[in-house]
Design a protein around this ligand. Structure first.
Ligand code: NAP
Length: 350
């Protein structure tokens, strides 16, 4: 609606509902779950924020769909070849992009091109994939600052488990002295299975793969890279640091031997793959590796596919959050939590 049209309607006493347009790039498990959840929550956005939320575009690697009037749930399966890419998203008129493509730490993945183009155009970004944030997080943060766009990434930083939000909202004002996180559900399941049932790493991995929660190539999880990526994103976007992967000492769970398991069981210790940040002499140092905990430590109780974070600050002591949800719904919900924060900050009626 044009400004003149809106003014005419206002003079006639007709209430107009501001429209906020959302696009989704990366239309796999998470992208589709996010679209479904967003469309099912349209009434909530109207009632809580006085806004008409429209999903105006969605795309995968080769095809997509768009409608400035807003896509309906029954149209999400009819993708047209060629409707994809950063220019497709900007042309859709979206105010907010939810990026849920593949994570590639080496190149930044397709998300990097989407975010560069859309942030430069002032389109707010909600990032679910980790590649662009790991590869070029600082540059993207600067682009967002320059254009005035909001950049949020709960989905990329352990999703349903609050991490960045906990630091930036709940613990605001204090100095973070230490962060410890069980950030990867696959490795937590593997260690849990090995310690609780005494099975080998290979057996536990086969079980996880059969259950569909370990990849056919599990090295991103088992060698600690997924934990490192999430830790880096928490460090850089939660604590405002500028760490790179090269700053982290990373080891995984792939070399855990039956002897290690036997020793930990004998000593009553519970092993976890942990990403940690520690403030020493005013500087934060990061690492990923196995740590062991006594059975009464909250981290020892984080079982199966759960994740956890423990944050120690100078003034608020120690805070622990433990959680997980069913995927991909939980990650979709984390992206839409970011969406609501953007609505509150930039669009909602006061
Ligand atoms: N699954 C989870 O529970 C979870 C949790 C937290 C974070 N994540 C992150 O969320 C992201 C998505 O996960 P997922 O499980 O939804 O993966 P997925 O099912 O493999 O979907 C990835 C999507 O990205 C699309 N894509 C690839 N290149 C693209 C491009 N150039 N432009 C637009 N789209 C492109 C793919 O399109 P095609 O279908 O055309 O190939 C596919 O639709 C990943 O980065 C993952 O690390 C996932």
């Amino acid at each position: 609606m044009s400004g003149v049209e809106r003014a005419r309607q206002d003079m006639m006493g007709v209430q107009t509902v501001p429209v906020v347009k959302v696009a989704i790039a990366g239309f796999g498990g998470v992208g589709r779950a996010t679209a479904d959840l967003l469309l099912s929550r349209r009434r909530r956005y109207r009632e809580h924020y006085g806004l008409d939320l429209r999903l105006v575009a969605a795309c995968g690697s080769r095809s997509g769909l768009a409608d400035p009037a807003g896509l309906e749930p029954d149209r999400l399966d009819t993708l047209t070849p060629g409707l994809t890419g950063p220019d497709f998203v900007t042309a859709s008129g979206a105010n907010i992009l939810i990026e849920a493509g593949p994570s590639d730490y080496r190149t930044g993945g397709p998300g990097l091109a989407y975010l560069r183009t859309t942030l430069a155009a002032g389109i707010h970004g909600i990032v679910v994939s980790k590649g662009a944030l790991v590869h070029s997080g600082g540059a993207l943060r600067d682009m967002a600052r320059q254009s005035g766009a909001v950049l949020r990434m709960s989905g990329a930083a352990a999703a349903a488990l609050p991490t960045i939000d906990l630091i930036r909202h709940s613990l605001l004002g204090g100095t973070v002295l230490r962060v410890e996180g069980i950030l990867n559900a696959t490795t937590n399941f593997l260690l849990d299975a090995m310690i609780a049932r005494g099975i080998s790493f290979d057996e536990a991995l086969r079980e996880a793969q059969a259950g569909g929660f370990a990849e056919a190539d599990p090295r991103n999880d088992t060698e600690g890279w997924d934990t490192a990526a999430k830790l880096l994103i928490i460090a850089n976007f939660g604590l405002g640091l500028d760490l790179t992967m090269a700053d982290l000492a990373v080891s995984g769970v792939q070399d855990v031997s039956p002897d290690d398991i036997a020793a930990w069981r004998r000593e009553g210790l519970v092993p976890k793959l942990v990403g940690s940040l520690l403030r020493e002499n005013g500087e934060m140092h990061g690492a990923v590796g196995i740590r062991t905990y006594p059975p009464d430590d909250p981290f020892a109780l984080v079982s199966g596919k759960n994740k956890a974070i423990r944050i120690t600050t100078d003034a608020m002591g120690e805070t622990v959050a433990i959680g997980a949800g069913t995927e991909p719904l939980a990650t979709a919900a984390a992206a839409l939590k970011d969406l609501e924060h953007i609505l509150i900050a930039r669009y909602a009626r006061s």
